[in-house]
Design a protein around this ligand. Sequence first.
Ligand code: MN
Ligand code: MN
Length: 300
Amino acid sequence: MSPLRSATIVRRARAVLLGGAVGDALGATTEFMKPAQIRERIGVHREITGGGWLNLLPGQVTDDTEMTLCVARGIVQTREWNLAAIADRFAHWLSGEPADVGATCRRGILEYVETRRLAAAPNEWDAGNGAAMRVAPVALYTLGDEELLSRLAVEQAHVTHHHPLSDAACVAVGRLIQRGLLRTPLAGLRATAEELAARHPEFRFEGYDGESSAYVPDTLRTVLDAFFSTGSFEDCLVKTVNRGGDADTAGAIAGAIAGARYGLSAIPRRWVNALDAGLREELASLAEQLVRNSPLFDRA
Ligand code: MN
Ligand code: MN
């Protein structure tokens, strides 16, 4: 691979993880609000101001970014696919009593701590967002091999979530990140999303006007509708988080997908600068190491 191409891919990989964190920080303010409440209290929410139900500082991120960091660190620090290393990082994170942790994530991590099992049993209540919101590092690490992406995206999901809709969401988000990063034209990205909706009609997103929720199809429909009805990173994220509901999680997923498509320079500087400098640096470094260890770079 030419140095220019590899540098371009590294920059886009950074946009995926930084985009996710920015979406989390932006959306945390409007999490669990209704669109009408947002309009009344804020107007259009487009600045990282903190607050929200968690009473965050401006730029503070939540479980979505923290679990993404666990996945990324687990891969990078062991230099291999080591699911137990990822689960150990989830366990360590949970032991620090994070302010917000989804019920399914909590249950799955506690089961891992007790029994060391790495795959939760199938559960009809596991169609939440917790696995899809942290899949971005897997998309970077498996860049260039979509079969491997599908396998590892689902493996990391099953540590806490074991449901066909969660699995399908993880794979679709991973594919959209990878294909966006490799400059697949918009029609191809749309086909990727439509393929998901054809297999699981729960994900039909055309004209979706509901809100994201604790049910992953609602969240993904919100993200996909915003992504395909806007033309910039900023507009995609503003549209996503102003829908309220699980706004930080939808923001994190939208930020990763839009980051892959639009690249680093499209993420508003004011949003990137709102993040903690240490977090910014770690995300940038992890993104680079993940893609440099991917099949795409290995082959080159
Ligand atoms: Mn969150
Ligand atoms: Mn959330």
